[in-house]
Design a protein around this ligand. Structure first.
Ligand code: NAD
Ligand code: UFG
Length: 361
């Protein structure tokens, strides 16, 4: 007879874990924890008292943020350099710990690159998730928070976007996210012991207030905020504003920028929600307010005191005019709402970028 991978049933969260603050202290596996959002979430969850193990293959990150997270919090986390698609390596991590919950950040995320090389995106994001889910099932770990994206909505019919809006991603990266959402729902149908929170992030920006951790793109940044901050610090000569003829007040694209520390807090709230056995739940994590590219440039100039030279260029293929969340469901169900505005987002990015002009190098 084939040996079971683990003898345990589902690990429920023990009520004896309750501490004075009311937070259920959990042993959590964080995939992709060395990355931008993952490292900020590790920091927040360590501060809440959770025990953390990170697996990351460092394909788009470095180990340095994890060292800094431990410095800032004064707490230890376990790091294993593992590629999720390598099942035997990941199995050893499951065998060595008794996880009560998983936060799954690991994935490739560059929209443009996903159109140029879709197969590595499908392999990495889908196969990595399947391996993770198989091991979760085998080891009876059935609480999962998954990083999805507002990109699953594609071109929205109307804004603000609710979770019930039609989905229709327009690029391979977005399709991997939507496919994983379907896989998670099918898994739950087959095994209702699973509790899964699907979090659809809008546009994460900002950095921890210490200025010690932040976003550190490997190459020329694809996203607006890291590009602006690299212009401010002199690493890029000027910003190209993609499109000035959108049907928006100033003609430039409008997005819902959310501070990464607010996003990190949302993960703590989602873990708490899983303790109530909700089944599969899906939440938008955004602020509910959109800002244009020109508004973001102006805010950054205000807080940094640096000029941001820019030129108006053609639209970027695949971009949409306006995208912002209706975050009411997350507030109602999770008691979570974004607290930080764009001034704080820009201030924290500037503190990080000016103190670390070459990122973690
Ligand atoms: P990131 O690239 O900084 O972090 C992802 C981490 O996953 C990296 O550290 C990378 O090395 C790791 N990784 C990738 N493939 C792996 C694999 N096979 N095995 C092990 N580790 C692997 O990205 P981020 O901005 O922190 O995003 C985190 C998650 O949130 C991703 O799933 C991303 O798709 C999603 N998301 C991000 C944004 C955004 O704008 N940043 C928006 C919506 C959703
Ligand atoms: N933009 C520029 N110049 C740049 C970069 C961006 O003008 O150099 C503009 C874009 O056209 C858009 C806005 O700035 O109007 C924001 O662009 P980003 O690339 O920062 O973000 P996107 O909204 O295109 O996409 C991001 C992530 C996706 C995620 C999505 C969720 O890259 O992974 O947010 O809403 F799915």
């Amino acid at each position: 007879m084939k040996r079971r991978e683990s003898g345990s049933g589902q690990r429920r969260i023990s009520p004896t874990n309750n501490r004075q603050s009311g937070v259920n202290i959990m042993k959590i596996l964080i995939t992709g924890g060395a990355g931008y959002i993952g490292s900020h979430t590790c920091l927040t969850l360590l501060e809440e008292g959770h025990e953390i193990c990170v697996v990351d293959n460092l394909v788009n990150s470095k180990e340095a943020p994890l060292a800094r997270v431990q410095e800032i919090t004064g707490r230890h986390l376990d790091f294993q350099r593992v590629d999720l698609t390598q099942k035997e390596r990941l199995r050893r991590v499951f065998a060595a710990h008794s996880f009560e919950g998983i936060i799954h950040f690991a994935g490739l995320k560059a929209v443009g690159e996903s159109a140029v090389m879709p197969l590595p995106y499908y392999r990495n994001n889908i196969c990595g998730t399947l391996v993770l889910l198989e091991l979760m099932q085998a080891y009876g770990v059935k609480n999962l928070v998954f990083s999805s994206s507002a990109t699953v909505y594609g071109e929205p019919e109307s804004v603000p976007i609710r979770e019930t809006a039609a989905v229709g991603p327009t690029n391979p990266y977005g399709r991997t996210k939507l496919m994983i959402e379907y896989i998670l729902k099918d898994l739950y149908q087959s095994d209702p012991e699973f509790n899964i929170a699907i979090l659809r992030y809008f546009n994460p920006v900002g950095a921890h207030g210490s200025g010690r951790i932040g976003e550190d793109p490997n190459d020329i940044p694809n996203n607006l905020m890291p590009f602006i901050s690299q212009v401010a610090v002199g690493k890029q000569p000027r910003l190209s504003v993609f499109g000035s003829d959108y049907p928006t007040p100033d003609g430039t694209g409008v997005r819902d920028y959310i501070h990464v520390m607010d996003l990190a807090a949302g993960h703590g709230c989602a873990l708490e929600k899983l303790c109530q056995n909700p089944g599969v739940v899906t939440y938008n994590l955004g602020t509910g307010r959109g800002y244009s590219v020109l508004e973001m440039i102006a805010a950054f100039e205000r807080v940094s005191g640096r000029p941001i030279p820019y030129q108006l260029v053609d639209r970027r293929e695949g971009d949409i005019a306006v995208c912002y969340a209706d975050p009411a469901l997350a507030e109602q169900d999770l008691g979570w709402r974004a607290k930080r505005g764009i001034e704080e987002m820009c201030t924290d990015v500037w503190r990080w970028q000016s103190a670390n002009p070459n990122g973690y190098e």
